[in-house]
Design a protein around this ligand. Structure first.
Ligand SMILES: [Zn+2]
Length: 155
């Protein structure tokens, strides 16, 4: 076991992105919403300045998300490439599920940010949790994935 060294950097989120996430989450309700986050590494942490909603084509969209493959491929060709993934938990708190952790290995290394949202308590603003995707080789050299809870800073 190695302890995480140092402080986990915050994730900076434009207020317009927070609003877009909240809107998409409610539009898709009771289904899960999903999409990608655009932005860049900035001084003091990742800065997310755009959200690109995607269609959820999971067979069971009440409890899972699978981005539409056409939307997904189009997003991966964007320049610069997306740096994060968002999805919603319409019925539970925005903490990663076992399936969420398992899905991390399918994300390319350009994905550094992971946001989960749930319907907020006050109208409009979603309940958002932000994580940094941590990739560390295990003893056999295979990458193991973790989500490190980070602080969301609105800007
Ligand atoms: Zn989830």
């Amino acid at each position: 076991m190695t302890a995480f060294q140092g402080k986990i950097q915050p994730i900076k989120l434009n207020a317009s992105v927070q609003q877009a996430l909240g809107k998409h989450l409610l539009t898709c309700y009771p289904h899960e919403a999903c999409g990608v986050l655009l932005g860049a590494a900035a001084a003091g942490g990742m800065h997310i300045d755009r959200y690109l909603p995607m269609r959820n084509v999971a067979p069971d969209p009440l409890h899972a998300f699978v981005p539409d493959p056409k939307d997904w491929v189009a997003a991966l060709y964007l320049e610069p490439a997306p740096v994060g993934l968002f999805h919603s938990h319409p019925h539970t708190a925005p903490w990663p599920s076992g399936a969420d952790i398992q899905g991390l290995s399918s994300l390319g290394s350009q994905f550094q940010v992971y946001l989960i949202g749930s319907p907020g308590l006050s109208h409009g603003a979603p309940w958002l949790n932000g994580f940094l995707i941590d990739r560390q080789p295990d003893t056999s050299g295979k990458l193991s994935y973790k989500l490190l809870h980070s602080t969301l800073m609105l800007c």
